[in-house]
Design a protein around this ligand. Structure first.
Ligand code: ZN
Length: 71
């Protein structure tokens, strides 16, 4: 089961991106800006957890979890 984190910095379009925590992302945020989301069965669950746990809208990173990138 993979681990995920959320970028605490909001993107220009108003979303906070969720990334997979396995060093596969080519465009990761700085370590200090990563908010841990824990382990999830898939990226959809991770984005759902981010949306419940933090204010603001979360979405998947288009580079590391493109199947959860919706915008
Ligand atoms: Zn990413």
């Amino acid at each position: 089961m993979p681990k995920f984190y959320r970028n605490q910095n909001t993107q220009l379009d108003g979303y906070n991106e969720v990334h997979i925590d396995d060093d596969s992302c080519p465009t990761p945020p700085l370590v200090k800006n990563r908010q841990p989301l824990g382990w999830h069965a898939n990226c959809k669950d991770a984005v759902g957890h981010a949306n419940r746990s933090f204010t603001g809208k979360s979405d998947g990173c288009k580079n590391c979890i493109p199947t959860c990138h919706t915008r």
